[in-house]
Design a binder for this molecule. Structure first.
Ligand code: NAD
Ligand code: IPM
Ligand code: MN
Length: 357
């Protein structure tokens, strides 16, 4: 039976990397005999907003809920629509309404890519950021008071529910258990944020009791960011709240040379709702329209989607193809962010051809 994939390219380079993501998936589907059926949606983009006054139709949930997965590009074009409106009207709705409470973001230094950190080689940086994806600092509880006066106040609450914290911690501990180093690092800030973050620490300690084989440490987010740069080899599975996970999952890939290759899986582990796969990066207005965006974040996200759908071998073949093309390092093929002069399409085609072999 066909796996039904909803495709939303979004804005900017989202529309440029998406065709390469699909090209790679089609190559993998052909080679491994997987039946994928793509359905494209125009909503979830700023152009849709300009035409309709909202990011998505009222029945978006009904339209998407029975798909097996969502494949997203990137959304946001601040000159057209303020970011908080475009993002809260699309991506953040998917994460919440489809209860995609895990945001899994691998971070790996690939062969052929120069890390900006001196002396780092492939193997030195290879960890996962597990980001809480439905609550935390990204809450809609709060408001404005005394607007327009000198007493103006804005408040936005952080929400940590026991269910919400425990389920992301459990996922992260389970993931650590599958890894040779069996190590989990918790991102906290319990010295300064005195209610929610000590609670987070408490839940980590409680969860750790069920995983005696996992070695657990924690860092406050300030020094943790420093350690990502100074000692990226320390990390294996890093778990953090929504905001901390967001920050770490741009910093980690930057340490591996470019955020253009970083993938993510927004997962509803129970499979009650579709999960969503998208690159970590955004719509990159500064390079949009030039055909030079790195498509690997999108392609690797496609690999994560195949793995989620049960095709581990095909997913591995996609990642291996990415590694092989990068290690060949043909400067006419690879994109500028990794030191070449190639285009989105040249890199995408090279990867798809390698998958097909
Ligand atoms: P961004 O990730 O779009 O770009 C940051 C920098 O990285 C830019 O210099 C860009 O050129 C570069 N870059 C990003 N992806 C690249 C790729 N594939 N290849 C080569 N270079 C790449 O972040 P931003 O500039 O903060 O945000 C731009 C817009 O995207 C905003 O509207 C923002 O809200 C939105 N955004 C969306 C998502 C998402 O859809 N998941 C994620 C992040 C930002
Ligand atoms: C990401 C993005 C989003 C986030 C933005 C665009 C709302 O930065 O997916 O990392 O903060 O989650
Ligand atoms: Mn981000």
């Amino acid at each position: 039976m066909a796996h039904r994939i909803a495709v939303i390219a979004g804005d900017g380079i989202g529309t440029e990397v998406m065709p390469e993501g699909i090209r790679a998936l089609e190559a993998a589907a052909k080679r491994f005999n997987i039946d994928l059926e793509f359905t494209t949606f125009e909503f979830g983009s700023c152009d849709y907003y300009l035409e309709h006054g909202q990011m998505m139709p009222d029945d978006w949930f009904e339209q998407l809920k029975d798909f097996d997965a969502l494949f997203y590009g990137a959304v946001g074009w601040p000159e057209k629509v303020p970011d908080h409106i475009s993002l809260w009207g699309s991506l953040l709705q998917f994460r919440r309404r489809f209860d995609q409470y895990i945001n899994l973001r691998p971070c790996k230094l690939m062969p052929g890519i120069q890390s900006p950190l001196a002396g780092r080689k492939p193997g030195d940086i290879d960890f996962y950021v597990v980001r809480e994806n439905t609550e935390g600092e990204y809450s809609s509880i709060g408001g404005k008071m005394f607007e327009g006066t000198e007493r103006e106040i804005v408040i936005q609450e952080t929400v940590m529910s026991r269910t919400g914290v425990d389920r992301v911690l459990k996922y992260a501990f389970d993931l650590a258990q599958t890894r040779p180093r069996k190590k989990l690092t918790s991102a906290t800030k319990s010295n300064g944020i005195s209610i929610t973050m000590p609670y987070w620490d408490e839940r980590v300690l409680e969860m750790a009791k069920q995983y005696p084989d996992i070695s657990v440490d924690k860092f406050h987010i300030d020094i943790l960011t420093a350690n990502f740069v100074l000692h990226p080899d320390w990390f294996d599975v890093v778990v953090g709240s929504n905001l901390f996970g967001d920050i770490l999952s741009d910093l980690g890939p930057a340490c591996t040379g470019t955020i253009g290759i970083a993938p993510s899986a927004n997962i509803n582990p129970e499979g009650k709702f579709p999960s969503l796969f998208e690159p970590v990066h955004g719509s990159a207005p500064d390079i949009a329209g030039k055909g030079i965006a790195n498509p690997i974040g999108q392609i690797w996200s496609g690999a994560m989607m195949l793995e989620h759908l049960g095709y581990k071998e095909a997913a591995d073949a996609m990642v291996t193809a990415i590694e092989n093309v990068l290690s060949e390092g043909d400067s006419q093929v690879v994109t500028r962010d990794v030191g070449g002069q190639g285009t989105t399409e040249s890199l995408g085609r090279a990867i798809a051809d390698t998958i097909a072999k």
